[in-house]
Design a protein around this ligand. Structure first.
Ligand code: E4P
Length: 218
């Protein structure tokens, strides 16, 4: 399973990249606003800065909601760097734009997906990635992980090549469960990745190894 980090914070992106396990980055307009990145040129510069830190794909979301606007914005974003994936909302014009970009060989990520039907449409439109939001489903007492299972089952039935990018991951157990189900990618906060490191027996074991070494070498 690929690991993407879901943030526009350059320090956190660099931290995850430094760990050596990062495969890409996802951003959205809320995450950009959280970092205080506003204005077209600053946003563009920020995407470039992210691409300079990571080796993998970087999802950059369009703001337009009509086909023409999405195409214009998406083409501009895609031209910034080969790593850029144009992120499109799961609305009618978003599906049309996805088909347009996939026909042109431009990578896409269809976002705000909450049902298997929406995931089928994204795959039919040739999306590179589909982003089902598991945390936001959990927030409204719906089983987000079940959506990942359903999409996995459907995509495997037909050999759809669209990668399932489990989004809105909130914690480490989401990461592990997505891996068990067979999500192709997960995108989550740095804490969800670093949480995988933790086990008290590792800490206790290391402490004992070091203490025993010290005894024998002092
Ligand atoms: C997806 O790519 C989104 O950026 C993101 O995962 C949404 O997560 P949230 O529900 O925690 O805001």
């Amino acid at each position: 399973m690929k690991f993407f980090i879901d943030t526009a914070n350059l320090d956190q992106i660099a931290e995850a990249q430094g760990l050596g396990v990062l495969d890409g980055v996802t951003t959205n307009p809320s995450l950009m606003a959280k970092e205080g990145i506003t204005g077209e040129q600053n946003i563009i510069n920020h995407y470039k800065a992210i691409c300079d830190i990571v080796d993998g794909h970087v999802s950059a979301e369009v703001i337009s909601t009509d086909f023409k606007g999405m195409v214009e914005e998406g083409e501009k974003l895609a031209a910034l760097n080969d790593q850029i994936v144009v992120k499109l909302p799961m609305i009618k014009d978003g599906v049309k734009a996805c088909k347009y970009f996939s026909d042109k060989g431009i990578k896409t990520n269809v976002t705000l997906v909450f049902s298997p039907g929406q995931a089928i449409l994204a795959a039919k439109a040739g999306a590179t990635y589909v982003s089902p939001f598991i945390g936001r489903l959990d927030d409204i007492s719906t089983d987000g992980l079940n959506l990942i299972s359903e999409i996995r089952h459907i995509y495997d039935n037909y050999g759809f090549e669209t990668e399932i990018l489990a989004a809105s991951v909130r914690h480490t157990m989401h990461v592990i469960d997505c891996a068990k189900i067979g999500a192709d990618v997960m995108t989550g906060p740095l804490s969800s990745i670093e949480g995988l490191l933790k086990h008290p027996l590792t800490d206790i074991g290391l402490e004992k190894f070091l203490a025993d070494y010290k005894k024998g070498n002092s």
